[in-house]
Design a protein. Structure first.
Length: 231
């Protein structure tokens, strides 16, 4: 019996792009579905939660950024849905905003369908990665449940994306180590993966915002990041 293929929701107002990505994802052994705007995407998610969403930023009715914000503020399943943004602008601000509000990665148009499939696979692989043997990692007031993929602060759950959880888990399992941005990229995505340092900075800012005014992650100027004292 074949394993269940991943359900991928492709959301873009351009039918040609949807058709191109649907074909590429299907050829890669995934199970794609489509929506032409954010409103249709919400309805599709309500019917069946996908394993990942490929989401265009610029769309009518409900754009990708607003859709992401709505999902991240919703129920826990939607709040942790992995999102790969598609951006038609050569504008880093759009991409950084997408990451800061909870996106896992982005691809700039025009793109190669193979690149999108590769990045979808990388995000799914991160989410399915085998966690450490310990069922939970505790660092002062922070607890990371590695089986349930849940973060807690003083016992209260904090919704994180798969990428945010993996990044925080990496820092918490080696609290004395300072990780450079390149080292974080290599650990989360694999060596040679094309992603900017600014994206890592955005994930760090997003984590800090979710945990409030606490010493969660320290910045070592010119070096990188490590887990804070979480005083």
């Amino acid at each position: 019996m074949k394993p269940m293929s991943h359900r991928i929701l492709v959301v873009d107002d351009d039918p040609h792009i949807r058709e191109l990505l649907m074909f590429a994802l299907d050829k890669a052994g995934m199970r794609p579905s489509e929506a032409s705007d954010g409103e249709e995407a919400l309805a599709a998610i309500a019917r069946e939660m996908p394993d990942l969403m490929v989401l265009d930023i610029n769309m009518p009715r409900l754009n990708g950024l607003d859709l992401c914000r709505r999902l991240r503020a919703g129920n826990p399943a939607a709040a942790s849905l992995p999102i790969l943004f598609l951006s038609s602008r050569d504008d880093e601000i759009d991409r950084i905003v997408g990451i800061e509000i909870g996106g896992d990665d982005y691809v700039v148009k025009p793109f190669s369908p193979r690149e999108v499939v590769a990045r979808v696979g990388a995000i799914l692989k991160r989410g399915a990665a085998t966690p450490p043997r310990a069922e939970s990692i505790t660092h002062n007031r922070l607890t990371l449940d590695t089986e349930g993929w849940e973060a807690r602060w003083d016992g209260a759950p904090v919704p994180l994306t798969a990428t945010e959880f993996q990044l925080l888990l990496l820092l918490a399992t080696m609290p004395a180590k300072v990780f450079s941005r390149d080292a974080i990229i290599d650990r989360l995505h694999g060596p040679g993966f094309a992603i900017t340092d600014r994206t890592i900075d955005s994930h760090i800012r997003n984590l800090r915002a979710k945990f409030g005014d606490v010493d969660l992650i320290e910045t070592r100027a010119g070096i990188g990041y490590r887990i804070g004292g979480c005083g």
